[in-house]
Design a protein around this ligand. Structure first.
Ligand code: IPE
Ligand code: IPE
Ligand code: MG
Length: 257
């Protein structure tokens, strides 16, 4: 790994291409999702070595309910299956599991496993693994706006005190630093309603690899590319690797209370 530049603290990944991976092999789409769970395990295990402290994975979007019911059901089941199977490894690696998204609307069996995994890993101090399930960026922003409106209505918040910090504190990601690096696999060049607010200054990296084939070397390639980027945050004349990483982190100091 190239030295002298700041590694990304928070990496967010749009895990895409499971269906096409399966199709290429003449398998059902669901087989692609199952293989995708292996890629999740590999990437989670690779993060500590690469200095990544926060990993956000897009597992299911608010739009993915439009898929055939059998695929939706399989995906919901895989979330719990992954958590149960990987728990020994998550504990061993001190991974703290968390989610963003509208968990209350998920089937009970998925909700229960999620709550169990959160509780079990709550005091772990290793990688912060944040999984986006039933997550949509626009809805997240609307819900935040609603909560702010309620605070104003009840008199606990003055409209003049609404600023970016106050708004970000109402998002699902409250307390997390913004992603430094956003990766999307399978070559698709779109954001698909992921972390719309939070990726304002994230570096974007598109990998041609289908998610089930994604491994540590691909993550390393993304980080190498990130280290070659010059993050200016709208300013000019920053020396490569100077203070931009520190600034982005200090703006969003993690709070987990
Ligand atoms: C990503 O793979 C997983 C989810 C969206 C749940 P896809 O299922 O979108 O795979 P493609 O894009 O159809 O190949
Ligand atoms: C985005 O992938 C959602 C997840 C990876 C969970 P999609 O496959 O659903 O996105 P589109 O439909 O190609 O934009
Ligand atoms: Mg897709």
């Amino acid at each position: 790994m190239k030295r002298g530049k700041r590694l990304p603290v928070h990496v967010a990944i749009i895990m895409d291409g499971n269906g096409r991976w399966a199709q290429k092999r003449g398998l059902p789409r669901i087989a692609g999702h199952r293989a995708g769970m292996e890629a999740v395990r590999r990437v989670v295990e690779a993060c500590p070595d690469l200095g990544i402290k926060y990993l956000t994975l897009f597992a299911f979007s608010t739009e993915n309910w439009r898929r055939p019911p059998a695929e939706v059901t399989a995906l919901m089941g895989f979330i719990g299956e992954y958590l149960e199977r990987e728990m020994p490894s998550l504990m061993k690696n001190r991974v703290r599991f968390s989610t963003i998204g509208f968990i209350d609307e998920m089937p009970g069996y998925a909700r229960e496993k999620i709550a169990w995994a959160k509780e079990k890993t709550a005091s772990n101090d290793g990688l912060f693994l944040n999984v986006a399930v039933n997550y949509g960026g626009r809805r997240e922003i609307v819900e935040a706006a609603k909560r702010i409106a309620k605070k104003v209505k009840s008199g606990v918040l003055d409209p003049d005190d609404i600023d970016e910090t106050a708004f970000a504190a109402e998002l699902e990601t409250a307390g997390l630093p913004d992603p430094d690096l956003l990766i999307r696999t399978s070559g698709e060049m779109r954001v698909s309603n992921f972390l719309l607010w939070q990726i304002a200054y994230s570096e974007v990296y598109i990998s041609p690899v289908f998610w089930p084939d994604f491994r540590k070397e691909h993550l390393e390639a993304a980080i190498q590319e990130y280290l070659r980027r010059d993050r200016r945050f709208g300013a000019v004349d920053l020396e490569p690797g100077e203070t931009e990483g520190e600034e982005s982190e200090s703006q969003t100091v993690p709070r987990y209370t």
